[in-house]
Structure formats: C-alpha cells, structure tokens
Design a protein around this ligand. Structure first.
Ligand code: LLP
Length: 402
C-alpha cells in the first residue's frame, strides 16, 4: 500500500481482485437453491472497466442506468444479452442504443416509457424484452436519500395499478413483456423489508398469471447492505439467498438480481495522506489530502467510513478528519477515536469500493482521483488521475470575451 501511495500518489482508490471475485462467488452461492438466476452487477456502484471485466469473467452481466454505463459494459466484455437497462429517465437515444446493442432486457419505469420503446422497436421490426418495474410501497428502513420503494418515490409504477398497466403494455407490438422488476433501496440492514417486498411481488405474480399473462422473469433488484463499522451485522448473502429461495419457491421463473454494494463495497479502500494536524476547540483536526469530492458519501448521506492508519503505532487519538475543501461538509469523521496519525502518515478509509470513485468530482479544481487494482503482489493503475490541466483543456473562453 505504501508502495502504491508512493508511486501513484494520494488520494487513491485501491481495489482487490481477489475480494471482488470472492464476493461475486459468495453472492452466487447464496442463491444456489433458488432455481435459474441471472446476475447483473449494478454498474453505478463501480463502473471501472477493470472491475467490470472481473465481474464479466465471473459470469455477471450489468445493470445499467445510462447509455454511458451500457457502453462500459460492452467495452469491458460483458455480453449484450446479459445487460439489463434500469433507470427512471431513459432518453429516446438511450432506448435506441439499447436496441442497437441488442441488450437482454429493459426494466420499464412507466407506461409511457413502454409505449415509446414499443414504437421504436416495432418501427425497426424488432421486439424488446422487458419487465415492468413496480413500486411495492415498502419502507426499506435505510437512509431516505437511498430509499426507492415507497409510494412517494419516483421509481416504478404503483403496485395497485401495475396489473392494468401490464395488461395494456403486453398487447403492444414491439414489446416482449416477460415479467416484473423491483428495487426498494440500498444499504439494507434487515431482510424484513426485502421479504415483505418479495411476498408482495409473489402476489402480483399470481394475479398476473390469473389474468393470462405468461411471466417468466422477476428482477429482485439489489440493495443488500454491507458492514461499514466493525460492529455492523447486515444479513449475509447466504441468509439473503435462503430467504429468497423460501419466498420464491413456487414462482417458477428466472430470478434476476442487481447487486452492487455487496460485491464492490468491501473490495475497495481509499488511501490518503495526512497533510497536517491543526488544533481545534473540541479535538484536533487531521487534515488529509482526500476530500469530499473524492468520497462524497459522508457529506451527502452522513455515511461512516472506518479510518485506520496504514502503520498504526497502537496509540489512539480523538480527532476530526477533514479534507482541504472550503466547506464544513468536507468532513469524514467528527470527533472520532482513531489511530494516532501525524503529518505525512498514510491512512485508509474502508468500504470505499462502491459509490466511491464513481461519485468523485473535481470540485475546488482538484484532480479526479485515480483507481488501482491489486492482484496478489502486482498492481495496475486502472484509472489515471485526471489533472486540472486536462479538465481546463476541455473548456474555452469565447472569442467575444478575449
Ligand atoms: N438496482 C437498481 C435499480 C438501483 O437503483 C440500485 C441502486 C441497485 C440495483 C444497486 O443497489 P445496491 O446493491 O448497490 O444497494 N450512492 C448511494 C447509493 C445509491 C444506490 C442507488 N441505486 C450510496 O453511496 O450509498
């Protein structure tokens, strides 16, 4: 780690190939008794091409929410037929791109989207395979900003109107409506909301079949939480798999899954260097060279990322760990007991492999944080640090201001 920090610089994200592969296997194994399954990695959690390639090699497809993510999956070697297109606002161009690339499934978020896709596909003499995303009105019990399955959320169609919409969409030329999809939120700490949601989907399945529809696919989304703090005990993939197997035992469909965080979260860390220690009123400030632009989660969801020194001395300190950005929200840890660190020491933020680098930006004209993949005793830079000069090169001052 010290070698990578010296050679690549800090801040830097580091992913472990072995851990990504292990998580991919463990998730699959949890579902070994669930009948036919299709696994699509939620690309939004970590879209790095090397990470996607690892998952493609593990037999995962991609759950994408934009044309950009779709192109990444193809570039990383995922099979088009294994790609599922989710997302509440797919544009006309994105629907066309999905058809051009021959992706496996569109998860429709509304009747209007279904009608639009049907028209485009029919005009090309094609049939697009799709599911209808349902909003089951279940409280996922997670942070409000990452909850998606309550009736007031913008996602899917309300479960009570789903059968009518399904009936109308199933008649359209250009669509092969083959099932339903659901996703109620992310970083779920309990199985209960998921179980409640899946049982509602089971009732809907019965209702749809009773109405004469042939339902062959149900997409159960992602959402399984991971431990961020040492004491966190989210359900394991095995417990999740056992619940799914029990709830869906009579469904007789291909079950589809869109895991993101549970695969990538604990496969990555962010390494940072201490710039200096500044005395504060309640506790000292450890000013590090990573900032909220590099890892947004604490600033926007009050998320906890465990901090450790790369070479701990055994001493602890109470400190606030902050970045150099000119905002009070640029804080990773508030008056927390952490390993004692000093100027130039390296520290790591754990569980940063999901929704870390992908949400980074260049606020305060900071470079875009690089990513490294470790494989045994070798490593490779899998995303370079994009410097302010490169970003400036894409900007122009118009002639009329010169
Ligand atoms: N499928 C759909 C339709 C989704 O919207 C999401 C996540 C997933 C799958 C993957 O969920 P996961 O297995 O990773 O929980 N930026 C936030 C998380 C946003 C999640 C959005 N949707 C964070 O940093 O916590």
């Amino acid at each position: 780690m010290t070698k990578i920090a010296e050679e690549v610089g800090t801040p830097v994200y580091i992913y472990s190939r072995a851990t990504l592969e292990r998580h991919a296997r463990v998730f699959r194994e949890g579902l070994k008794d669930a009948g036919p399954i299709h696994l699509a990695f939620a690309v939004k959690s970590n879209p790095n091409l090397a990470v996607l390639r690892i998952l493609a090699n593990q037999g995962y497809g991609g759950d994408v929410v934009s044309g950009g993510e779709l192109e990444r999956c193809i570039a990383a070697g995922m099979k088009a037929e294994d790609i599922v297109f989710s997302g509440v606002g797919k544009s006309q161009e994105e629907l066309l791109l999905g058809l051009d690339r021959g992706i496996g499934q569109f998860n429709l978020e509304s009747e209007e989207e279904g009608i639009q896709l049907a028209e485009i596909a029919a005009s090309r003499g094609e049939t697009a395979s799709c599911t209808l995303r349902v909003n089951p009105d279940v409280d996922a019990g997670t942070h409000a900003k990452i909850s998606t399955g309550k009736k007031e959320n913008k996602f899917g169609v309300a479960i009570d109107v789903a059968p009518d919409i399904y009936a109308r969409l199933s008649k359209l030329d250009g669509l092969n409506l083959r099932g339903v999809a659901v996703h109620i939120g992310s970083q779920l700490q309990q199985l209960d909301p998921l179980e409640k949601c899946y049982r509602r989907m089971g009732q809907l399945l019965t209702e749809l079949r009773a109405a004469g529809h042939e339902v062959t696919h149900v997409d159960l989304g992602g959402g399984l939480g991971v431990p961020y703090k040492p004491e966190d005990r989210p359900p394991s993939p095995a417990e999740y798999g056992a619940m799914v197997t029990e709830v869906t035992k009579d469904w007789n469909v291909t079950l589809m899954f869109e895991p993101g965080r549970v695969i990538a979260g604990n496969s990555g860390i962010m390494v940072t260097k201490v710039i200096r220690i500044k005395p504060g009123v309640n506790s000292d400030f450890v000013i590090v060279d990573a900032a909220m632009n590099d890892l947004m989660r604490p600033a926007i969801y009050d998320a906890w990322h465990h901090f450790e020194a790369v070479q701990p001395t055994g001493d602890m300190m109470i400190a606030s760990i902050v970045g150099p950005i000119c905002e009070s929200s640029d804080i990773f840890a508030k008056e927390r007991e952490v390993d004692r660190v000093a100027t130039d020491d390296l520290g790591i933020f754990r569980t940063a492999g999901a929704y870390g680098a992908t949400m980074a930006n260049t606020y305060n004209s900071r470079p875009l944080v690089p990513e490294v993949l470790v494989d045994g005793d070798r490593y490779a830079v899998v995303a370079e640090r994009i410097k302010p000069a490169a970003i400036m090169a894409a900007e122009q001052v118009p002639d009329w201001l010169k």
